[in-house]
Write a protein that binds this ligand. Sequence first.
Ligand code: NAG
Ligand code: NAG
Ligand code: NAG
Ligand code: NAG
Ligand code: NAG
Ligand code: NAG
Length: 198
Amino acid sequence: MFLRLAFSVSLLLSAGLNTAGAESQTVNVAPGNNGTEPLFVPAHFDASNGTSVLIYFPNVGPYHSFTQSSFDKPCTPLQDSENVTIGFDSGLTSATEWELTITNATIPIYFFSKGPNQCGQGMVGAINAPQNGTGSYDEFYAAAVKLNGTAITVPDTTPILTGVGAAATGPPRGLGERSDLQFSVEGFMPLEGYVTSF
Ligand SMILES: *[C@@H]1O[C@H](CO)[C@@H](O)[C@H](O)[C@H]1NC(C)=O
Ligand SMILES: *[C@@H]1O[C@H](CO)[C@@H](O)[C@H](O)[C@H]1NC(C)=O
Ligand SMILES: *[C@@H]1O[C@H](CO)[C@@H](O)[C@H](O)[C@H]1NC(C)=O
Ligand SMILES: *[C@@H]1O[C@H](CO)[C@@H](O)[C@H](O)[C@H]1NC(C)=O
Ligand SMILES: *[C@@H]1O[C@H](CO)[C@@H](O)[C@H](O)[C@H]1NC(C)=O
Ligand SMILES: *[C@@H]1O[C@H](CO)[C@@H](O)[C@H](O)[C@H]1NC(C)=O
């Protein structure tokens, strides 16, 4: 169950959306819900090469992951043609933060959380996806929620640091003193219409 606390959502959307010629940028992502369904906030954004995507996993509530998938199989870890997993994966985690860096902004990145039933409930997202039509976040989300209740349970793994289009330099790290982030991280702004779940 989700505890709904008034947490200042980690969101620096402007950093992610307007990146022309920019230097080091950070986009903050956190699990949330819209009152009933779990989701990522923000669920989709653009991020140029070199952008840091910093994912905060809260210290209470269900475990989540940030796992790369594909447009065709929203709730399955990204695999190559030999069915070898090639996507990044934080692993199921809590009270941590994980930093990914965009390594190729021309590749759309699709991701989901592999906590039980979370993907089929819409806990998915996309980075650098087309704005509309095939490949868009909207179509990706629609494909994920079609799997609601039937998506396979993805086994947990140790973190996989290198994905396609993004990579991490290390596994998720503890929030330390900030594990009690209830949750006023400097620079974060509340996202209208959403509450985050912890
Ligand atoms: C939350 O999202 C679900 C799935 O899109 C939708 O059915 C539901 O109405 C939303 N709830 C709120 C309060 O927005
Ligand atoms: C990959 O997995 C799919 C679905 O399980 C299967 O149909 C296909 O034969 C597999 N391909 C290889 C190369 O193992
Ligand atoms: C980045 O991705 C694009 C699109 O898939 C590809 O054409 C290009 O070769 C990639 N760049 C590198 C350095 O891998
Ligand atoms: C991002 O970097 C990759 C790898 O170096 C390169 O192939 C691609 O063209 C770059 N994309 C943009 C939009 O700069
Ligand atoms: C997923 O299924 C559950 C259980 O039937 C339901 O409560 C929920 O609204 C569904 N979510 C979506 C996004 O369809
Ligand atoms: C789809 O997105 C493109 C930009 O990616 C835009 O030019 C076009 O107007 C959009 N079409 C619709 C129907 O929104």
